[in-house]
Ligand binder design. Structure first.
Ligand SMILES: NC(=O)N[C@@H](CC(=O)O)C(=O)O
Ligand SMILES: [Zn+2]
Ligand SMILES: [Zn+2]
Length: 424
């Protein structure tokens, strides 16, 4: 397959290229980037008015397979990713059984190869069955291809065990992705501690639930030298601590999810579990701190934490329903609408946060459209305005608080290994 993308606005922070360019793709690779290319191609895409970017890389996705195929499968999650402009996604290991051995990693990779339209780079669990007691064989999982280890869904509360895991991850050359949540302190909290929780008469989750473990994990990373990536940072003190860690030149990166920079807890309309996720929607000051941290490059990555659940599960009260919202099909639009249009991020920074920096966190050769690179590309219209409609989602999960929200930014084409896998 050969493709000629004409007249698109190329955004490639890796090479510092920003401007109108044509791109010629053949044999799965970027063959030429230039002005007025006239190569013969099987398919010509007129990208006039569109951004042409390296495919997005999502460091934080839940695919639910094996074990929870009624929420999402590898196939449907990958299709949702393609529709959102993602060409590579990293599924978290909290499936059933968990991705906690070389064999489970191989199983996932095999299935992904057969069923997924985007690249799947698995993340392995820190402890067996994510039970927090016995370490997985981190070296063997790294050998099988996991790009990181994570206990996402919870923290490893045993500090001795976690430090040992970090040491082993460091030796295996992979990163640790931290879900920071003090399991004891959170108690039965379901939404941010504050006026909204009091109004609804529901138990709250304080910022300290996240902050205490974020500090611990940064200190442990400093001790062990491991690359630490803090997942779904939601508080202003998480921002402060990542900033301090960076000033010390520690290899620590921070991730923010679109919902955490788009909405504060005071916008929760009532007892609606589509507004329930972990960490929860925080206060206004936290939302502002996250936006500024992305702007100032203290926070490196925008990741979705795509967490599909069934309609039945999310129809329950916030007190009962599981935590999590979907995000693959809304992330680009929310980032354009809330951060680019509001002047927090330049279009080049958007590409850094959604593609180049995630590639750097993983240490993989992606996130650029330079000649010779693998042709993982997203073409999107940053100006097209529309209303988010869950009925148009290809994900099995419809659980989002953004149904009905007016946004700008629509993915038009997603290209993986030089093949079009999504076209609007
Ligand atoms: N974020 C969530 O609210 N839920 C995630 C787990 C997690 O990311 O911690 C899930 O697996 O459903
Ligand atoms: Zn998490
Ligand atoms: Zn998660």
């Amino acid at each position: 397959m050969s493709i000629l993308i004409k007249n698109g606005h190329l955004l490639d922070p890796a090479t510092g290229t920003e401007g109108i360019r044509d791109i010629f793709i053949k044999d799965g690779l970027i063959q030429k980037v230039g002005e007025y290319l006239s190569e013969d191609a099987e398919q010509v895409i007129d990208a006039t008015g569109f951004s042409v970017m390296p495919g997005f890389i999502d460091l934080h996705v839940h695919l639910r397979e094996p074990g929870y195929e009624y929420k999402e499968t590898i196939a449907t999650g990958a299709m949702a990713a393609a529709k959102g402009g993602y060409t590579t996604i990293c599924p978290m290991p909290n499936t059933n059984p968990a991705i906690d051995s070389k064999y489970m990693v191989e199983y996932l990779q095999l299935k992904a190869k057969e069923e997924a339209v985007v690249h799947i780079l698995p993340i392995g669990a820190v402890t067996k069955g994510q039970e927090g007691t016995q370490l997985t064989d981190i070296e063997a999982m790294a050998g099988a291809g996991v790009v990181a280890i994570s206990e996402d869904g919870k923290s490893v509360m045993n500090t001795v065990l976690y430090k040992k895991a970090m040491t082993e991850a460091k030796e295996a050359g992979i990163a640790v992705f931290a879900h920071c949540e003090d399991k004891d302190l959170v108690q039965k909290g379901v939404l941010n501690e504050g006026a909204k929780a009091r109004e609804l008469g529901m138990p709250g989750i304080s910022n300290s639930v996240e902050d205490i473990i974020a500090v611990r994990d940064i200190i442990l990373a400093k001790d062990t030298g491991v690359r630490l990536h803090l997942c779904h940072c939601s508080t202003k003190d998480s921002v402060t601590m990542v900033k301090l860690a960076k000033e010390e030149r520690l290899p620590i990166t921070g991730e923010v999810c679109p919902h955490h920079f788009t909405m504060a807890d005071d916008e929760i309309p009532g007892d609606d579990a589509n507004y329930k996720m972990n960490p929860p929607l925080r206060g206004r000051a936290d939302v502002q701190a996250l936006k500024e941290a992305l702007r100032d490059n203290i926070m490196d990555v925008i990741a979705t934490d795509h967490a599909p659940h069934s309609e039945e599960e999310k129809a329950k009260s916030m007190l009962e329903a599981p935590f999590g919202i979907v995000g693959l099909e809304t992330a680009y639009a929310l980032t354009i609408t809330e951060l680019v249009q509001e002047g927090y991020l330049t279009p080049m920074q958007l590409v850094e946060k959604m593609s180049l920096n995630p590639a750097k966190v993983l240490g993989i050769d992606k996130g650029s459209l330079a000649v010779g690179k693998v042709a993982d590309v997203v073409i999107a219209d940053p100006h097209e305005t529309y209303v988010i409609d869950v009925n148009a989602f290809v994900s099995m999960g419809k659980n989002t608080p953004f149904h009905g929200k007016r946004v700008s930014g629509k993915v038009k084409f997603t290209i993986v290994d030089g093949e079009i896998v999504y076209q609007e």
